[in-house]
Design a protein around this ligand. Structure first.
Ligand SMILES: [Zn+2]
Length: 365
């Protein structure tokens, strides 16, 4: 299903709708998603999947940045690392890509655990560039000068074709990083923005996935975040700036939970490549969450290390990927229905026109 058919658009719209339902009760995802769709012509997940499929050839590197230090532990949550791992899996299975996850030192263990949960080896960059089914997980510096040098080194070493930020804080207009409630996180965050800015300037496709307005990529909808999100216009730290990271990516995907944006891109990639298995299943989703939690990733809200994202339990995420998988299968089957009939016994039933469905050319494909 690689054309612009109405069916492809319909399933793509359904993916975006599912990914942006108000599940966490924050009350802002509707406005953020509408703004992102208006600014970019709709089709949030499909657009990202198509660009990835077009640009990433077998053996090419894709950088995935994640990790959001949560107050007061300043250690990350399952939103981000879980989606990074499952999206890495889809990129490996669908495009034979070589994903490399970049994050703070404190998040390296949980990202490695999540990657193993997704059924892939978690290693350093050298192994990730050399071995199949292997994801690189590397520490990126919090010190700005070291981060600058590391950005240059990594871009030369990896020569990525795409860079994806998932639930990733970024520097605002005053150079400060913020939690969604406006607390300052600057000292705890890897300065990954510069890596993305240099990549974009060199022609690398850059995508941000966010759910609250304080994530890298939300500059695309800055005005809406400032107008609609609590602390969006003015943080709670002395910089008194917005919580919106200044870097403007090529594309922004908004979801109710950032992991769901990653899941939505998996689904859209599965639709484009006609491969349902690119959307992971509920068993794998639970395993990724459990291993990530055991590596000290927070389930947000109550601050417990129980498996789940944004205080939504794993069963619900399992239901979510099950729905996505079924939608993709329907989209793929419907596209093929009159090419390779799913129900062969119908070939012999006369259609009202006198021709069998397999012969009818007036039925839209
Ligand atoms: Zn501030």
């Amino acid at each position: 299903m690689t054309d612009d058919s109405a069916k492809l658009v319909a399933v793509s719209e359904a993916i975006d709708s599912l990914c942006t339902i108000e599940i966490t009760g924050r009350g802002v995802v509707g406005a953020l998603a509408a703004a992102a769709r208006a600014a970019q012509g709709g089709a949030l997940c499909l657009r990202a999947a198509r660009e990835l499929a077009r640009r990433v050839q077998p053996g090419d590197t894709v950088v995935i940045a994640t990790g959001l230090p949560t107050y007061p532990w300043f250690c990350g949550e399952q939103d981000g690392p879980v989606g990074a791992a499952t999206l890495a899996r889809a990129l490996v299975l669908g495009l034979a890509a070589r994903p490399v996850i970049v994050t703070e030192a404190i998040h390296v263990d949980m990202c490695r655990a999540a990657v193993r949960g997704a059924g892939l080896y978690a290693r350093g960059v050298d192994d990730a560039l050399r071995l199949p089914t292997t994801v690189g997980v590397v520490e990126f510096p919090t010190d700005p000068e070291r981060a600058d040098r590391e950005a240059t080194r990594l871009l030369e070493r990896l020569r990525p074709k795409a860079m994806i930020a998932i639930e990733r804080p970024g520097a605002n207009e005053h150079g400060h990083y913020h939690a969604s409630k406006g607390y300052r996180l600057t000292d705890h965050c890897a300065k990954i923005d510069g890596l993305f800015a240099r990549g974009k300037a060199a022609g690398v496709y850059t995508v941000g996935i966010g759910d609250g307005g304080n994530e890298l990529g939300c500059a695309v909808i800055r005005d809406t975040v400032v107008a609609r999100v609590p602390y969006g216009a003015k943080c709670q730290c002395p910089c008194a700036g917005s919580v919106v990271p200044a870097f403007v990516p090529d594309h922004l995907v908004i979801a109710a939970i950032s992991n769901w944006g990653a899941y939505g891109i998996e689904a859209a990639l599965g639709l484009v490549l006609e491969r349902r298995e690119l959307v992971h299943d509920r068993d794998l989703d639970r395993r990724v969450h459990e291993l990530c939690a055991a590596a000290e990733a927070n389930n947000n809200g109550p601050g417990l290390l129980d498996p789940g994202t944004d205080a939504v339990p794993t069963e619900v995420h399992g239901d979510f990927v099950r729905l996505l998988g079924f939608m993709i299968q329907s989209g793929i089957d419907f596209g093929r229905l009159y090419k390779e009939p799913r129900y062969p016994w119908l070939r012999h039933v006369e259609a009202p026109s006198g021709r069998s469905p397999a012969q009818r050319e007036d039925i839209p494909r």
